[in-house]
Design a protein around this ligand. Structure first.
Ligand SMILES: NC(=O)c1ccc[n+]([C@@H]2O[C@H](COP(=O)([O-])OP(=O)(O)OC[C@H]3O[C@@H](n4cnc5c(N)ncnc54)[C@H](OP(=O)(O)O)[C@@H]3O)[C@@H](O)[C@H]2O)c1
Length: 339
């Protein structure tokens, strides 16, 4: 039995590509006393990992160099345990990194209930991105019936759930996404009343046409010019949830600062979101969203690649904005031990 993990071939510059990564073959690690070994079934690829690789994130303050393995959440099954609280066969989510197997001491590890939702969902709609959406729509914006919520990167795991939670509360959701194909999914599968393709000429005019009365809330996943554009449709006294900076993760030097006249003129309330502040809300978030999934009221979409060797290329796809849903790498079969 061997482990395969992905390491950088060089320090990243700009948009990552598959050549920035290579797979290393090594012996399977053995759990020591108080540890257990997890077979990773799903590897979560998330935009924050680009910042962490550059040393610009709470999860990574030092830039990664050649030979370093990126950190990431994984979901999988315990295959060997010398830990009193975790047994073989348990399904868990932990910070296992870009590799097929990882050791855990139980720290930053949660057991997941695959009878409530499929294992992969615990990395997306029921995982960190889902909790982020919950924090935005429910905790920070307090969306209520009759409001209109504008959401960028509307097809991703954060954006699609922000919109669906808003709709569940009786609000309308309008999305912004990067292609007509994405917009069709956002309206058809996620129930947004409209979606505007930001790569098309006339984007601003189309956005204004989609929001004739303006937006009460803008959930921002992108920053930069898109944040500035959103102010043109934000109502006076509107709320902006500052969640992500997709526009700058690959190259912060290219980012243009926001003209502060925009929030002043709209008397806007702007709230920064850091998902880790909302850990205490995880139980209510998980129970509500898992019930919504089971009832068919909440949907989610995954953008899957197969095999650890595809992790770099799939991450590149995410950081180019080409993913159609939660970016995941499937590392192995989702089967019970011994079957
Ligand atoms: N604050 C927090 O605690 C927190 C926690 C989790 C996530 N986030 C942030 O939330 C945002 C969404 O996360 P997610 O996991 O749901 O990601 P995602 O939507 O699956 O992927 C990011 C999307 O950003 C869009 N995008 C817009 N401009 C882009 C650009 N210049 N380059 C690349 N992509 C661009 C692309 O969609 P379109 O083509 O449709 O525009 C892309 O698919 C990210 O910014 C992430 O960092 C923040």
């Amino acid at each position: 039995m061997r482990n395969h993990r992905v390491v950088l071939t060089r320090s990243l510059a700009g948009v990552p590509d598959a050549g920035d990564f290579r797979v290393v073959d090594e012996p399977l690690p053995e759990p020591g006393e108080g540890e257990f070994l997890v077979r990773h079934i799903y590897l979560s690829l998330d935009p924050y990992q680009r910042s962490a690789m550059a040393g610009r994130h709470m999860l990574g303050r030092q830039p990664l160099v050649a030979g370093d393995m990126p950190a990431a959440e994984t979901a999988g099954q315990v295959v060997r345990s010398r830990h009193p609280a975790y047994g073989e066969g348990d399904y868990v989510r932990h910070f296992g990194g870009w590799q097929e197997y990882g050791l855990s001491t139980g720290e930053r590890t949660e057991r997941v209930d695959t009878s409530l939702a499929p294992l992969s969902a615990w990395l997306g709609v029921l995982g960190m991105p889902g909790l982020t959406a919950w924090a935005s729509a429910i905790e920070l914006a307090g969306v209520h019936a009759g409001q209109t919520v504008l959401v960028s990167a509307a097809l991703g795991p954060v954006g699609s759930l922000v919109g669906q939670l808003a709709i569940q509360r009786g609000a309308e959701a309008v999305g912004i996404a990067g292609s007509d194909e994405k917009c069709a999914i956002v309206t058809r599968e996620f129930g947004f009343c409209a979606c505007v393709n930001h790569h098309r000429d006339g984007f601003l005019e189309a956005l204004r046409a989609a929001l004739p009365d303006g937006a009460d809330i803008y959930h921002d996943n992108v920053g930069g010019q898109m944040l500035a554009d959103a102010f043109s449709v934000l109502k006076v006294n509107g709320t902006v949830i500052l969640c992500g900076l997709m526009e700058r993760y690959n190259d912060p030097a290219r980012s243009k600062p926001l003209d502060l006249a925009l929030p002043i003129m709209k008397r806007a309330v702007m709230k920064g979101l850091v998902v880790s502040d909302f850990e205490h809300r995880r139980p209510v978030f998980e129970a509500t969203v898992a019930a919504g999934i089971r009832a068919g009221q909440i949907r989610y979409r995954e953008d899957r690649a197969a095999g650890i060797g595809q992790a770099g290329a799939h991450f590149s796809r995410l950081m180019r904005g080409e993913n159609l849903g939660k970016a995941l790498v499937v590392l192995g079969p989702e089967r019970a031990l011994g079957t």
